[in-house]
Design a protein around this ligand. Structure first.
Ligand code: FES
Length: 104
């Protein structure tokens, strides 16, 4: 039986000068993991991802299947993204990367 998820959250955790990990993305990743588990959101999976070329505005977080890219995400933004977007269906406008869009 496959596990079926409603949302997948990708957090860029690439290390190196100017990369997302040096801007705190490992803490963002862990916060997403902790919050999703604490809220028992079993239909949401959080995974690490490599560089997406957007570290100038990192940490970068991508939400699928919405094709939505967030920029400059901090651990304090995580609860808002979860509550407003992943649960409530309304993306957090102030964090959206306007340079990156995926349209199905
Ligand atoms: S290191 Fe995160 S987008 Fe490049």
């Amino acid at each position: 039986m496959p596990r079926v998820f409603r949302k997948q959250v990708f957090v860029c955790t690439t290390e190196g000068e100017g990369k997302c990990a040096t801007k705190g993305s490992l803490e963002v990743f862990q916060k997403f993991r902790d919050e999703v588990k604490a809220r028992n959101l079993t239909d949401i999976i959080v995974t690490r991802v490599g560089c997406t070329g957007q570290h100038a505005t990192g940490p970068t977080v991508i939400v699928h299947p919405d094709g939505l890219w967030y920029q400059r995400v901090t651990p304090t933004d995580v609860a808002e993204i979860i509550e407003q977007h992943l649960v409530g269906g309304r993306p957090v406008a102030r964090l959206i990367n306007p340079e990156m869009q995926v349209k199905g």
